[in-house]
Design a protein around this ligand. Structure first.
Ligand code: ZN
Ligand code: ZN
Length: 458
């Protein structure tokens, strides 16, 4: 042990010069044998479990992660705390009172208000999508429970989530503005299990949150069949919630220091917090695990030209608080590129880059490094994700390694988001993709140029 220690101390300075990272070799080793991404995902989901933002569980996860990143040998490991309100769910139940009495499976949405003690009962008024509710006169909604439905289908790129998630994020506030007693939505998901999908909803500052909840897809189908019979439907909701102002969350930061501090950093991350129903395996323990395992491979192969900064963001789910706090503290630092893994753990199938036109040769080299993994170039704009978006808005390049989302919204924000849903082979393919990408981007002297001012960053 002493021998090993002496050896590593004496050899380290030799590697202080920029390493010639062999992207292909590092990629293939990761695809074959990476065990670290699984170890982190398994550890977080087993030893911490659910990690709701600004709870003691999330703080324990930050400590767990800091110890892990230090033990792995990363530099400058620290937690940067911030203050925010904590929202927690209590018991929630729903039942159809008339015309066909029966109970329903539902989950409160994040930021939902509570019903009065003993619950509330009101007639249901249904709308197909947000625009239909927007167009409705307030007197058709006032005092009623709004039911919002949609027709989401599974897609490889998860494309419809962008538009349909507005039903969840905005529907309850829109209902509240028209005087609704509560808003109940069909879960934003693609499965047919009796497991409701939670997720955040937003009420404007200064307004009182009304009860807001999601029904599982089979319960939503049931409601729609009953509504189709044309008789008034009365629903009873009993939802408890609690809000604690001034709670603590934080971002966990670690680095692989580069040899050239002026070259600008590559910021990579995922989010440490999760919803409380499952253990947040695909959303997003696997994301922090993938980027960390890739950065570890680069670090172990020798010091890169530019610094790689890893962030395990806190409080993404409830409003992107961690990403905002990071950009506030570090947005002025020089970031060469930002990226995030937050779409599960299935294989990466395409990549996209939003950068200046001068970077085209580098983007082509990236494609060469990724092609053997079955990853193709996509022309669409890179989005980065909620956590890195505020930093991207300072004008940095963004890259996406897009995962196959075909089954992501079967599990997303449900009690079914658990470790057994992760395929170790596909997880390793993710690590291989990130490793190859970092090997190319962290050592290219020019790096990715900032995108033209009008490039999409949404
Ligand atoms: Zn996520
Ligand atoms: Zn999520």
């Amino acid at each position: 042990m002493l021998h090993r220690l002496l050896l590593s101390v004496s050899i380290l300075p030799l590697f202080a010069a920029q390493a010639a990272h062999d992207a292909a070799a590092l990629r293939d080793t990761a695809a074959r044998e990476d065990g670290l991404a699984w170890e982190i995902t398994e550890g977080l989901t087993t030893e911490i479990g659910p990690r709701l933002a600004a709870t003691d569980a999330e703080l324990r996860a930050l400590d767990w992660g800091a110890a892990k990143l230090k033990a792995l040998g990363f530099a400058n490991v620290r937690v940067e705390r911030f203050t925010m309100p904590r929202w927690e769910r209590g018991p929630a139940s729903a039942e159809i009172v008339a015309p066909f009495p029966q109970s329903m499976a539902l989950a409160a949405l994040g930021n939902s208000g509570a019903t009065p003690k003993g619950g509330l009962t009101a007639e249901l008024v249904a709308f197909d999508g947000l625009e239909a509710l927007r167009a409705a006169p307030a007197d058709t909604v006032r005092g009623r429970i709004v039911y919002l439905t949609h027709h989401m289908r599974a897609q490889q790129d998860g494309g419809s989530y962008g538009a349909l998630s507005a039903i969840r994020t905005q529907g309850p506030a829109l209902g509240a503005a028209k005087g609704a007693a509560a808003v109940v939505i069909r879960s934003i998901g693609t499965d047919s299990h009796r497991l409701p999908h939670t997720g955040v909803t937003r009420f404007p500052d200064g307004t009182r949150p009304i009860p807001a909840a999601a029904l599982s897809a089979p319960d939503a189908d049931q409601i729609e069949r009953i509504l189709a019979r044309g008789r008034p439907v009365r629903l009873r909701l009993d939802i408890a919630t609690r809000v604690t102002p001034g709670a603590q969350s934080g971002n966990l930061i670690a680095e692989v220091p580069g040899t050239d501090p002026s070259a600008g950093m590559i910021l990579i991350g995922g989010h440490l917090d999760s919803w409380d129903q499952g253990t947040g395996a695909i959303d997003d323990a696997s994301g922090v695990a993938i980027v960390t395992a890739a950065a570890k491979r680069i670090m172990d192969a020798g010091r890169p030209l530019r610094t790689i900064r890893i962030v395990w963001f806190g409080a993404e789910e409830v409003g992107g608080n961690g990403g905002e706090a990071y950009a506030k503290a570090h947005g002025a630092e020089r970031h060469m590129a930002v990226a995030e893994s937050d779409f599960g753990a299935d294989r990466v199938w395409s990549y996209s880059v939003t950068a200046g036109a001068a970077s085209a040769p580098l983007v082509t080299r990236l494609g060469t490094a990724l092609a053997p993994l079955g990853i193709t170039y996509s022309r669409s704009a890179a989005h980065g994700g909620t956590d890195v978006a505020p930093t991207a808005q300072t004008g940095t390049a963004v890259f996406d390694l897009r995962q196959d989302g075909t089954r992501y919204f079967d599990l997303h924000h449900t009690p079914d988001d658990t470790l057994d849903k992760i395929d170790p082979v596909q997880l390793r393919q993710n690590v291989a993709a990130w490793t190859a990408t970092l090997a190319v981007l962290a050592n290219d002297p020019a790096g990715l140029a900032p995108p033209a001012k009008d490039a999409a960053h949404d």
